[in-house]
Design a binder for this molecule. Structure first.
Ligand code: SF4
Ligand code: SF4
Length: 58
């Protein structure tokens, strides 16, 4: 299981990027966050950080 970010819901606030302990979240060329799946350890921190509900773990 890894974190997935819904690009339509992401506001590019950047909060999740700084909070991910695995440094697994980055911004793409459109300034929308995405998860580097090889780095994600399924910890779930980003789920609570994103107040926009853009992140799920699937
Ligand atoms: S915290 Fe949520 S809205 Fe903000 S950049 Fe991350 S996924 Fe996007
Ligand atoms: S689940 Fe944890 S490791 Fe994976 S992207 Fe979210 S904060 Fe980072």
């Amino acid at each position: 299981m890894v974190a997935k970010i819904n690009a339509d819901a992401c506001t590019s606030c950047g909060s999740c990027i700084g909070e991910c302990p695995a440094c697994a979240i980055s911004l793409n060329d459109n300034d929308v966050s995405f998860v580097v799946e090889d780095k994600c350890n399924d910890c779930g921190v980003c789920l609570y950080v994103c107040v926009h509900g853009a992140i799920t773990i699937v």
